[in-house]
Design a protein around this ligand. Structure first.
Ligand code: DGL
Length: 263
């Protein structure tokens, strides 16, 4: 099984890490589109174009059979179009985990951290409209411009990153938010900072494991036998702090990893 995965940078590796716990007997080709990052501050048309280019590259170069949009922002702008264009490809996107958050919250107050483009997108609005009527909850939505750049620079633990997060999270703490949706695949990489600011009294929702399980179900239904080694190859379109990969992908036994610029 050949699986293509992409994101604007390192964030989607949090999804790949979850995949490595579930998927066997597969080759994963990961594209970090750092040349065009951050996606969250681009227009929907630009994000669609980047997503189309990467998907075409993955199909033509590796004949992938499944594609994971390991990026909430790209999912919002491109998944519909990609599914129409490639109907026989298994395509799985990433969406903010509003549903599990609604199930878990005790105070009924939920924080949602995401990129500006994700929060603005119709897909997010539709998701919220459908789900928020199922239980009496209040959603505190917060766009986080600048956070992806901090993470990509390797500055997750810097004072600047903490100050950014404090500005967004202290109001949530004061509102008794007990569950926070990490609506961008980069944000699990600052989970420890978020927990610290929220005094650990918070559940953080990310969807990597759900994506991995969904992928397994869909690929098995198409004949994939989930046995054997897994390899992960990483491609990058621009700059990447390569040393940060080691902090995210911690399972190396069956992993093979190289970094090559696409163009
Ligand atoms: N990691 C991406 C997401 O899940 C996008 C980050 C960005 O480039 O803005 O939304």
């Amino acid at each position: 099984m050949k699986i293509g995965v992409f994101d604007s940078g390192l964030g989607g590796l949090t999804v790949v890490q979850a995949m490595t716990k579930v998927i066997k007997g597969a080759e994963i080709f990961y594209v970090a589109d750092t040349k065009n990052a951050p996606y969250g501050e681009k227009t929907a048309d630009q994000i669609l174009q980047y997503s189309l280019n990467i998907t075409q590259y993955l199909i033509h170069t590796y004949q992938i059979e499944a594609l994971i949009l390991a990026c909430n922002t790209a999912t919002s702008s491109a998944i519909k179009h990609l599914r129409q264009k490639y109907p026989s490809l298994i395509i799985i996107g990433t969406e903010p985990g509003i549903k599990p958050a609604i199930a878990l919250t005790k105070t009924g107050n939920i924080g949602v951290l995401a990129t500006p483009a994700t929060l603005k997108g119709n897909k997010y609005q539709t998701l919220v409209n459908t789900l928020s009527s199922t239980k009496d909850v209040a959603l505190f939505e917060q766009a986080c411009p600048g956070l992806v750049e901090q993470i990509e620079k390797g500055d997750a633990d810097s004072i600047e990153t903490k100050l950014l997060l404090e500005k967004w999270l202290i109001p949530m703490r004061e509102k008794n938010v007990d569950t926070i949706v990490l609506g961008c695949t980069h944000y699990p990489l600052v989970a420890h900072v978020i927990e610290d600011i929220m005094h650990s009294k918070v559940k953080l929702i990310q969807t990597g494991h759900a994506i991995a399980r969904h992928l397994l179900l869909l690929t098995e239904s198409k004949g994939h036998r989930n046995v054997g080694d897994l390899s992960v190859t990483i491609y990058v379109t621009g700059e990447l702090q390569v040393y940060l990969i080691d902090n995210i992908l911690d399972t190396y036994e069956n992993l093979h990893k190289i970094v090559i610029p696409i163009a």
